[in-house]
Ligand binder design. Structure first.
Ligand SMILES: NC(=O)c1ccc[n+]([C@@H]2O[C@H](COP(=O)([O-])OP(=O)(O)OC[C@H]3O[C@@H](n4cnc5c(N)ncnc54)[C@H](OP(=O)(O)O)[C@@H]3O)[C@@H](O)[C@H]2O)c1
Length: 326
């Protein structure tokens, strides 16, 4: 099968298409023919070994896992003898478990217990592939604050136009929070359409200086710091970053001191329960993954360069097979 592989950490040009052996499913696995996948910031960070500390998980000198990619949508091509949930021909979507990867390829084997579900009816493979990563990272970031029972609480989503941000706005809105979103001028309308109650253009207004305070601040793009937005938190409020090594220290420290605190849950955990939850939201018309651009698998270097501009809106999809298949 064709796959995007890399043998050395480095710039996007270390990626190349190679013929590699097609995997065979174990008893508890399904073999999926991938129709669409995505290029995420995680793929880029691991490929570049940025931050350096990532090498302790992915291989100190060279990557242990040659194929990146976490999200996918495709068709079940074969099943192991003990699989009951899926059948050959089923349309599925989901994610590899954290740190497994392997979706930048024509085929992948996943356990039926992995974060995998039947694709929601009515959306294409390209629309299904980017559903999980941003949304699950947003859930992971906001959940420890009790976002699921945040009815009436106020949340500010900073970086609301990214993959995690567009998901964060929709999920916070779904859970009943009062959502203020911060993004660039060009994305104001999009972010409003995702359900934000108000939108701040960061090129026009610094939210930390307007005197308003929030129960939660979700930094979906890793550009803020606790010290910068502390004054914009209500007493007892929490700051939820998605990035920044300093937050690994600040999270336990601020939880002991009390008052305003940093909540930074890592490492990420992708679960079937969350994929099923997202499927339900999509079918109820309450959630959609925002897609910026679609590239062919062969154009993975170009797609990666675009993701690395850090200016994508929502998600970047890689089409592995066909176009707009339902
Ligand atoms: N915790 C984890 O496990 C984990 C996993 C993956 C990624 N991450 C981190 O999560 C963060 C977000 O990832 P992502 O994939 O959602 O990012 P992304 O999609 O690449 O975010 C890009 C978006 O952020 C906006 N943006 C850039 N600078 C901004 C600023 N100063 N203020 C407001 N918006 C700004 C950009 O719009 P404009 O430039 O047009 O404003 C663009 O729409 C990254 O820091 C990444 O490292 C964390």
């Amino acid at each position: 099968m064709r796959a995007v592989v890399y043998d050395h950490y480095g710039p996007p040009e270390v990626l190349r298409i190679e013929d590699v052996p097609k995997p065979l499913p174990n008893d508890d696995e399904v073999l999926i023919k991938i129709h669409a996948t995505t290029v995420t910031r995680t793929d880029c960070g691991l490929r570049a070994a940025d931050p350096f500390i990532a090498r302790f998980f992915t291989g100190l000198l060279r990557p242990k896992q040659r194929i990146l990619g976490t999200e996918l949508a495709g068709v079940v091509e074969a099943i192991g003898s003990s699989v009951t949930e899926f059948a050959v021909g089923d349309h599925v979507f989901g994610s590899t478990p954290a740190f497994r990867f392997g979706a930048h390829a024509e085929f992948i084997c996943l356990r039926e217990s992995d974060p995998l579900a039947h694709k929601p009816a009515g959306i294409s493979f390209e629309e299904a592939a980017p559903v999980c990563d941003g949304a699950i990272l947003a859930l992971m970031g906001m959940r420890p604050a009790g976002i699921e029972s945040a009815k009436g609480k106020s949340i500010l989503v900073y970086g609301a136009s990214g993959s995690i941000g567009t998901a964060g706005v929709q999920l916070a809105r779904y859970f009943g929070a009062d959502v203020t979103a911060v993004c660039n001028t060009k994305n104001l309308e999009l972010v409003r359409s995702l359900g934000a109650d108000r939108v701040i253009d960061y090129t026009e207004e610094d939210f930390t200086k307007n005197g308003r305070q929030y129960d939660y601040i979700f930094d979906a793009v890793g550009k803020l710091s606790f010290s910068r937005c502390r004054g914009s938190l209500k007493p007892g409020g929490s700051y939820h970053p998605t990035d920044g090594l300093q937050n690994v220290i600040l999270a336990p420290l601020t939880s002991r001191i009390g008052g305003k605190r940093v909540i930074f849950p890592i490492p990420p955990r992708y679960t079937k329960k969350d994929v099923l939850f997202l499927k339900g939201l999509i079918e109820a018309g309450k959630y959609r993954a925002v897609i910026d651009r679609c590239y062919r698998l062969e154009d993975v270097i170009e797609a990666t360069r675009y993701v690395e501009t850090r200016q994508k809106t929502g998600n970047v999809v890689l089409t592995v097979i066909g176009r707009r298949a339902q």
